[in-house]
Design a protein around this ligand. Sequence first.
Ligand code: MSP
Length: 498
Amino acid sequence: MTKNFYVTTPIYYVNDVPHIGHAYTTIAADVMARYKRQDGYNVMFLTGTDEHGQKIEKSALKAGVDIQAFTDKYSATFRNLNEALRISNDDFIRTTEERHKKTVQEIWKTLFASGSVYLGSYSGWYAVRDEAFYQESELVDGKAPTGAEIEWITEPSYFFNLSKWQDKLLKFYEDNPDFIAPNSRRNEVISFVKGGLHDLSVSRTSFKWGIKIPNDENHVMYVWLDALFNYYSAVHNKEREHFWPCDLHLVGKDILRFHAVYWPAFLMACDLPLPKRVFAHGWWTNEGEKISKSLGNTIDPHKLIAEFGLDYVRYFLMTEMPFGNDGNFSRESFISKVNSNLCNNIGNLAQRVLSFINKNCEAKIPVYGSFIADDQKLLDLSYALADKMRKHMDKQEIHLAFEEVISLGSAANEYVDKQAPWALKKTDPERMQTVLYVLCECIRIVGIALLPIIPDSAAKLLDQLNIDVRNIENMSAKYKLQSGATLPMPQGVFPRLQ
Ligand code: MSP
């Protein structure tokens, strides 16, 4: 039976060009998607752009351009970024597409018919930057808790009966302890819901840029109701319906409430199956400072790629901090992390082993004799890697999964030093071949394991061993290298950063 795996990123607002925060979520989802494909799953990986709402309308008006043209332009910058990051998404959804509008209007009808949505009038605080309503009690120094400017709005509005779902949500969190991760965030959400839920205003009349409410065209839909359903509309068709419900929504911590409270409530109200997991990651600072446009310290992912190379950027972002925690971008730690883990560890291992084989084994996979305890130990460690990584990847402990690979690299480097094949060359050439064979096996496993995070470099590494079976399943002894096969000329894969 094929196993399905559906993973999403948030859809990004098109009021500006992408920065490192957007790249971060998207790379994480890409690593998950590549890993799952490699582990035999049928994967659906969705990303896209969030194009309606007052914030986009305002930005387009300010720029003095047609709103649709404005969204076209910025949406394309997100697509371009995906290409530059080698993102393997299966689809890119835009909320201004017909397929999405159609689904969301159907959803609205369902909500209305079931009495989950009713007409009333809204008076309260709204932050356009967050596209969020706030209670008086949540405000901090006259601003939203996020620091966004707020405005008082009074207008007729449809409401979603969120308050009614409070107990059902709490029960759902209790019955599904893995629904919200990490655990600290789960606790925050639960206490927020326990604090009481207010019905949610889900339509606006004071601007036009949104999906029209069926049968009441003075209203456009609240942008979050519209946006959240992107995850559904992309698979709401015959070819993809088996992907529902979604397995994993990756989001930043700032938008967890929308995904862990509103979203399951909307779905319950439509009687649709709920997603299995929402994982909230942390935020980056830049050299210790909060990243913001007004401080002028946003980080352009294209510039990073141009300077350091894509794989190093992907590697650093995914391993610098535990996935789920906040972290800091610093050039110094970027360079030292990449140099010590990739260049000096994995790169050095591959380079010394493969060039030694090239010179001393007629550029062929060495012939092994019997294995001594040290050999078997490194082989066992190598073959154990797949299971260790899977345990971490299942919990989105991306940083830990790849730390396991680096530890294996360190063990292999220690093994080379101890076995000293350059000395064996004179004293025991057969033993030298066995040692080199064990190392090739280890490099093979390391290469396969690194594919999801640094796809280009890992592929180059595997090419040097002529390996074309690259699934997780292949990380076992059953698929071990054939002695005697000819190898290409080795090339350095991990240039050191200065
Ligand atoms: N459009 C909504 C999401 C709708 S999903 C149905 C939105 N878009 S966004 O473009 O503002 O932000 C998208 C993501 O970028 C969020 O997950 C957010 O956490 C992330 N980041 C923005 N700045 C960030 C950092 N400095 N660091 C890490 N991620 C950050 O919200």
